[in-house]
Design a protein around this ligand. Sequence first.
Ligand SMILES: [Zn+2]
Length: 110
Amino acid sequence: MNHFEEEAWVDYLRQLVSAPRAAVMQQHLQSGCAHCENLNRAWQEILDVFSRDGDYNPPESSVRIVKAAFDIPQKIPFLQYATNLARAFAQCGGSALVSAPAAAGPGQEK
Ligand SMILES: [Zn+2]
């Protein structure tokens, strides 16, 4: 199953995607994809918070920090790789880490 990225769901929720793309994304949700449903729901809640306080304008310094944080992976390819790796581990419940001998840390039995 091909999932949509978080950025795509944000654009979807903000109605910034084309009608055909929105239809495809809606169909994907209706197919029962729990991964994308969770992303969609989480971002809907975040956007709801922001829309409730419509007059709120974050300080420019905060906007700059957030933009920089999202921009780092594109500037440093390794970080993008590491991010993808972390997501993959999270999606498999970290079981790959648990079974790896090198993953045994302090306080864990060997
Ligand atoms: Zn999906």
